[in-house]
Design a protein around this ligand. Structure first.
Ligand code: PRX
Length: 632
């Protein structure tokens, strides 16, 4: 690209892969492969699934009983066999699976052979504690290889894992452990962030103290702080459990539709939804998308900067890369500590070829100036990905120019906890447009419609829907099937409503505008407005609260709360701090409002529902829109 400043204003500018990259692309012709996936899905998915190991082949690729889908019906497999044993048996025993690094440059390397052994040992350890297929285990761990081992050990024996992001506080953890009725929690004594140790074990102990069904807390004791006397059957030492268990553990033979994991995500009510993914379809689609979107070759070094606590970590740190036998970097820490070039230092050090991060991080690093990435040799990068929020063209172009050096291909990837895998992107071989997520992935029929389900003309904003089931779709919401059915019954036409606003341009590129529902996206973290409101109300002085998202240059959105105090309380800066502290305790630091404004009353409909839309429009100086339902 010759003149980036001009391109800046032309969102419709097209960026092609370099000839060198094009030659290396696993998928050379997106259009024809996409066509096949839609016109002949059975053959398409059978071929992909056949690249993996199955104890028993499926009878049927898809059974669609609206809105419930079964993929690879009666197929039997184990995802850990495909992620580990398959590689060990095929000459990758000594290939590195992970390079686990922290902020201080400490590194721990683990090969496929070693990973398999540790997973087997922990799996046997879990069995010895009485855990078996179908039980749930919550995982509240730092973003290290020990978290990966914990997840895989569960999957090995058919235990359903439920990872909770270790930045969530005890209240949020308790809700999730309780909802899943987890029999055990795997945690660590602490996680490291900005050079500080953030304790995790005390949070777990507090969160589970009234939950009698939690029989074991398995602790990765990082500095050997826990005395033997404390290990009383309830508290179990992670390393001892691994050491004392056998390294051989036959994988549980899993039906394709057996649950693999529950991952809680925010919805429009205060209670998070337990998105359930099953073994077969999730395995096949994370395998395929990782391979084709990141163009994974035998010698690819890959790095996804997400945390295992989110879906990106599940699909693109753990299952997708391992199913492909990839070598990955995994990092515990933040992108700016000990210096804002730390990520680029590691890209240079490990010769990373594929780098996958979020727009928030790109915008933050952009602020530190072009000279930071310029100090490092980033020439190993071939593909640089983006996920989690809309990437604005400025950030896209900066990423392309200063990180990718106008050579690496930017792939924006739109998807959700619910979709399990990438849904919209531009494959490496295919031209990309800054700020537009791109084209549907294989098997995905995406459309933009109005509330009645009518397709909209090009460049018109509407609801993003998916018209057909896909292998890695969520199967239900744990214990709440009605919440699952809502995705498919919201908009007429038997379509999946992603609850995102989007538009399709004249070339078929889909641009994601943002959430359509009352869900915030703060620095790529999905938080429900109602969750924050419920947390605020826990402060004794608060009568009512309403939360809105405001556009924010770095985080995408920031949180503003309008608070009505109870009789007898007066607004003060101290009260603002106290309310923020309450939210931190109940939910975690990521959900703390940036602004709190005290008001006398909140705008409500006559039926008493808070009209956040009115507050937001007022705050942003926009038209109020239809306020005929406003109470007064
Ligand atoms: O609004 C979309 C946004 O993130 C939401 C899904 O959040 P979560 O389930 O936490 O998963 C995030 C990681 C996959 C979507 O409804 N989102 C995700 N990726 C993009 C995006 N918005 C725009 N562009 C993206 N590439």
């Amino acid at each position: 690209m010759e003149n980036l400043e001009q391109v800046h204003l032309q969102v419709n500018e097209v960026f092609y892969p370099t000839e060198e990259l094009k030659k290396e692309c696993i998928v050379q012709d997106y259009e024809s492969m996409y066509k096949k996936s839609i016109e002949n899905p059975d053959e398409f998915w059978s071929e992909v699934a056949s690249e993996l190991f199955w104890y028993q082949k499926w009878d049927k690729v898809l059974e669609w009983n609206f809105p419930y889908a079964k993929w690879f019906v009666n197929g039997k497999t184990n995802i850990t066999y495909n992620c580990l044993d398959r590689h060990v048996e095929n000459g990758r025993r000594n290939k590195l699976a992970f390079i686990s690094v922290d902020e201080e440059g400490n590194e721990k390397k683990i090969t496929y052979g070693e990973l398999l052994e540790r997973v087997n040992r922990l799996a046997n350890g879990l069995k010895s504690l009485g855990l078996s297929k179908g039980d749930r285990v919550s995982i509240y761990m730092p973003n290290t290889v020990e978290a990966v081992i914990s997840m895989l050990a569960c999957a090995r024996i058919g235990v359903i894992h439920s990872v909770v992001f270790a930045g969530f506080s005890e209240g949020a953890l308790k809700i999730r452990v309780n909802d899943a009725k987890a029999k055990a929690v795997i945690t660590a004594t602490y996680t490291k962030r900005r050079g500080k140790k953030i304790p995790l074990l005390p949070t777990v102990l507090e969160a589970t103290k009234d939950l009698d069904f939690v029989k074991h807390i398995i602790v990765w004791d990082r500095d050997k702080e826990i005395e033997e006397s404390q290990q009383n059957g309830k508290i179990v030492d992670f390393e001892n459990l691994i050491k004392s268990s056998s390294p051989v553990c036959n994988p549980e033979i899993m039906d394709a539709e057996d649950p693999l994991f529950i991952l809680y995500t925010s919805g429009t009510t205060g209670k998070p939804k337990g998105v359930l993914h099953t073994v077969g379809g999730y395995m096949v689609n994370t395998y395929l998308t990782t391979k084709t979107v990141f163009n994974i070759k035998e010698d690819t070094v890959y790095w996804c900067t997400a945390d295992v606590g989110w879906i990106t970590g599940h699909s693109y740190i753990v299952y997708g890369p391992l199913a492909n036998g990839t070598t990955s970097v995994i990092m515990e820490g933040v992108p700016v500590y000990p210096h804002p070039g730390i990520w680029w230092e590691y890209v240079e050090k490990y010769r990373v070829n594929v780098f996958y991060t979020a727009p928030t991080a790109i915008r933050m690093l952009m602020r530190f100036g072009d000279e930071i990435p310029a100090k490092y040799d980033l020439s190993s990068l071939k593909i640089i990905g983006s996920v989690g929020e809309p990437i604005n063209p400025e950030a896209w172009l900066w990423y392309y120019k200063h990180v990718g050096k106008e050579k690496a291909k930017v792939v924006d990837t739109w998807w959700q906890t619910e979709t399990g895998a990438h849904m919209i992107t531009t494959l490496p071989c295919y031209p990309a447009k800054p700020g537009k997520a791109g084209k549907p992935m294989f098997g995905v029929v995406a459309d933009v419609v109005d509330k009645q389900g009518n397709s909209l003309p090009p460049n018109t904003i509407g609801y993003l829907v998916i018209r057909k089931p896909w292998p890695s779709m969520l199967r239900t919401c744990w214990g709440e099937p009605e919440r699952y059915e809502k995705y498919w019954k919201d908009i007429p036409g038997n379509v999946y409503n992603a609850d995102d606003l989007a538009a399709i341009d004249e070339d078929g590129y889909i641009m994601i505008v943002g959430r359509a529902d009352d869900v915030l996206n703060v620095a790529g973290h999905r938080i429900g407005n109602a969750e924050v409101e419920s947390a605020i109300i826990e402060h004794p002085a608060v009568a009512e609260a309403a939360v809105i998202g405001k556009p924010n240059e770095i985080k995408g959105e920031s949180i503003k709360a309008f608070v009505v105090l109870k009789e007898g309380y007066t607004p003060s800066p101290e009260l603002v701090d106290e309310i923020k502290e309450t939210v931190k305790e109940v939910l975690g630091a990521i959900a703390v409002p940036d602004e709190i404004e005290f008001v006398d009353k909140l705008p409500k409909t006559r039926s008493g529902k808070i009209m956040r839309r009115v507050l937001r429009a007022k705050e942003l100086g926009q038209e109020l829109g239809d306020i005929s339902t406003l109470e007064d």
